[in-house]
Design a protein around this ligand. Structure first.
Ligand SMILES: Cc1ncc(C[n+]2csc(CCOP(=O)(O)OP(=O)(O)O)c2C)c(N)n1
Ligand SMILES: [Mg+2]
Length: 361
């Protein structure tokens, strides 16, 4: 947090000019990021980003199919189109220390950790071998082992919980930060701003990430939000903002480096807006009447994060065949995860009584 000057008396405050607020540098991070906007990834790193994004895409396509076959019950929100956000950010984390929390569109964030797709698919299909023993399903995936704290169905709730995770990092002095993702729709929730206030006041190690995929269910962000440049919304709390092209994994990674360094230096929270696009419906039951096919097609054809990185890889000398081989291996891995999930047993009835919090407070 930019250190706050003592509040001036009213008369002085009225005459204060912008220059008096020289320590209120909310644009410094954006300037640092703009100076080096694309992460200089090695060939190996770039190939790994490509593989991870493609794994999310193929995994989600398969999940969509299994849902259609009735093998996945309840809600299922796909992340297709947004892959660069999770991979760009999470590839920059220190997995020994940092924590992550997100909403219900969470399969991609799990895969970004390198968690076995089998246990994620088993969770989606409600099987005992699932990462939450088949009791969480699509929206409530957890891996405390990886410091991944869900998977939350209540829009915006993860932001306040993320503030709590950041407070724990600070209290335990463990050097970690919390990465708290939320959507453009969630960004209009009151609890988000209560959390901004406390996070800035207490200088908490947290990076707030708005994944602006342009829609909250069927409502375009321009119809629901007075300010759609979400990175500006921390200004009232002295939280510096960053505006990032969430369809470019190298740009997201470059922004992550700047934001994480700021937070790790003890300077308090950062608010990052990643502009992205959801190709599929809000959930599997979405009539998609609120946008045209052409709009989706335009994004797919001109802004796709995987195709974009593929272009860079080919310019750097990789061949179509090398990239096809990656796709083939991923398809096999995803098919194996679906087979595993379908052939795994459902949890026994006794599991109804485990992992239930009982107590008086
Ligand atoms: C507190 C609360 N209000 C409403 C809902 C219903 N709801 C589920 S998702 C959603 C839209 C959220 O959109 P956004 O934050 O942009 O996330 P996205 O789905 O685009 O990832 C709404 C209103 C809910 N789950 N929780
Ligand atoms: Mg949204």
């Amino acid at each position: 947090m930019a250190k706050q000057p003592a509040k001036p008396p009213v008369a002085a405050k009225k005459s204060a000019s912008a220059a008096d607020e020289s320590d209120f540098i909310l644009h410094s991070l954006q300037a640092a990021f703009e100076a080096k906007k694309r992460y200089a990834a090695s060939d190996a790193e770039m190939m790994e980003f490509y593989r991870q994004m493609l794994l999310i895409r193929r995994f989600e396509e398969k999940a969509g199919q299994l849902y259609g076959l009735g093998l996945i019950g309840g809600f299922c929100h796909l992340y297709i189109g947004q892959e660069a956000v999770a991979i760009g950010l999470q590839s920059a984390l220190d997995n020994e220390r940092d924590s992550v929390i997100t909403g219900y569109r969470d399969h991609g964030h799990m895969l970004a950790y390198g968690i076995d797709p089998k246990v994620i698919m088993a969770e989606l299909t409600g099987r005992e071998a699932g990462i939450s023993k088949g009791k969480g399903g699509s929206m409530h995936m957890f891996s405390t082992e990886h410091k991944f704290y869900g998977g939350h169905g209540i829009v915006g709730a993860q932001v306040a919980l993320g503030g709590g995770l950041a407070l724990a990092h600070q209290y335990n002095n463990d050097g970690g930060l919390c990465l708290a993702y939320f959507g453009d729709g969630a960004a209009n929730q009151g609890q988000v701003y209560e959390t901004f206030n406390m996070a800035a006041l207490w200088n908490l190690p947290i990076v707030f990430v708005v994944e602006d995929n342009q829609y909250a269910m069927g409502t375009a962000s321009s119809r629901s939000s007075a300010e759609t440049r979400f990175h500006r919304r921390g200004t009232a709390f002295r939280i510096p903002g960053m505006e990032v092209n969430g369809m470019d994994v190298l740009e997201v990674r470059a922004a992550a480096e700047v934001a994480f360094a700021h937070v790790r230096a003890g300077k308090g929270p950062v608010l990052m807006e990643c502009n992205t696009y959801r190709y599929r419906g809000h959930s599997m039951s979405d009539p998609a009447k609120y946008r045209t096919r052409e709009e989706v097609q335009e994004q797919r054809e001109h802004h796709d994060p995987i195709e974009g990185l593929k272009k860079t890889l080919i310019e750097n000398g990789k061949t179509e065949d090398e990239l096809k081989a990656i796709d083939k291996a991923i398809r096999a891995e995803v098919a194996a995860s679906a087979d595993f999930a379908e052939s795994s047993p459902e949890p026994g009835a006794a599991e109804l009584y485990t992992d239930v919090l009982v107590g008086e407070y």
